[in-house]
Design a protein around this ligand. Structure first.
Ligand code: 5RP
Length: 226
């Protein structure tokens, strides 16, 4: 069974948590995309009244494609947000997100949801955050050099994320740059705050407020809670 099969299993399980009348935070990435498709199917088949708040341009386009009516945080609170992750620390359920460069809007929606549910396949589970994946940091373009210096002073190896099929840096949905920081994460709660304290940083991809993680394994979908 491939990781893609496991992601689909998780998406199908997650969509069962949606109830009529809910406002749903729609995450970003390949796993969240499967969830959005499954949610669209449920809305059509069961004639549910459900609204979505997207966490990225990609999530917005998918929601429109699958017939999910969209609203904004200006008007509504989020009942449950469903989103993917790049790493999940098994013991704490802390995350690294932002592989798609969308962690700022993801954090705004996910942290403000009444419940935040994370959808991953088992390859995303790690003992310690930062094992496999760098911490993505969204940065105001004029500050990239000084932010990179500050991140290096904190012990990280900071690299500008470059585009594919586009020369130069990746530009986020918010018009900013992404600096990927390779570093050991000893205290995720402190590091999340410390990085955000650097002038010029918009948001970083450490997520420490998670309610539940659904993990797709070869033996079925497991639920991890704190
Ligand atoms: C995007 C994200 C994604 O949720 C994360 O990269 C996981 O993606 P996928 O489900 O494709 O593995 O944080 O910014």
């Amino acid at each position: 069974m491939s990781n893609e099969d496991l992601k689909l299993k998780v998406a199908k399980e997650a969509v069962k948590l949606v109830k009529d009348g809910m406002v749903i935070g729609l995450g970003t990435g390949s796993t969240a995309a499967l969830f959005i498709r499954e949610l669209g199917n449920r809305i059509q088949e069961e004639e549910l009244t459900v609204f979505g708040i997207p966490t990225s341009f990609e999530a917005k386009m998918l929601a429109m494609q699958y017939g999910i009516p969209l609203v904004t945080l200006d008007e509504y609170d989020v009942d449950i947000a469903f989103d993917g992750a790049d790493e999940v620390e098994k013991k704490t359920l802390f995350l690294i997100k932002g592989g798609g460069g969308c962690h700022t809007q993801e954090k705004i929606v996910d942290y403000n949801a009444n419940k935040f549910v994370v959808l991953v396949d088992e390859s995303k589970l790690v003992k310690k955050l930062g094992e496999k994946f760098p911490i993505p940091v969204e940065v105001i373009p004029s500050a990239y050099r000084v932010v990179m210096r500050a991140l290096s002073e904190m012990g990280g190896e900071a690299v500008i994320r470059l585009g594919e099929r586009k020369r130069g840096p990746v530009i986020t949905d918010n018009g900013n740059m992404i600096i990927d920081v390779f570093m050991k994460v000893d205290d995720a709660v402190e590091l999340e705050k410390e990085i955000n304290n650097i002038p010029g940083v918009v948001e970083n991809g450490i997520f420490t407020k998670v309610d539940k993680v659904l993990v797709g394994t070869k033996k079925g979908v497991k639920t991890l809670k704190k």
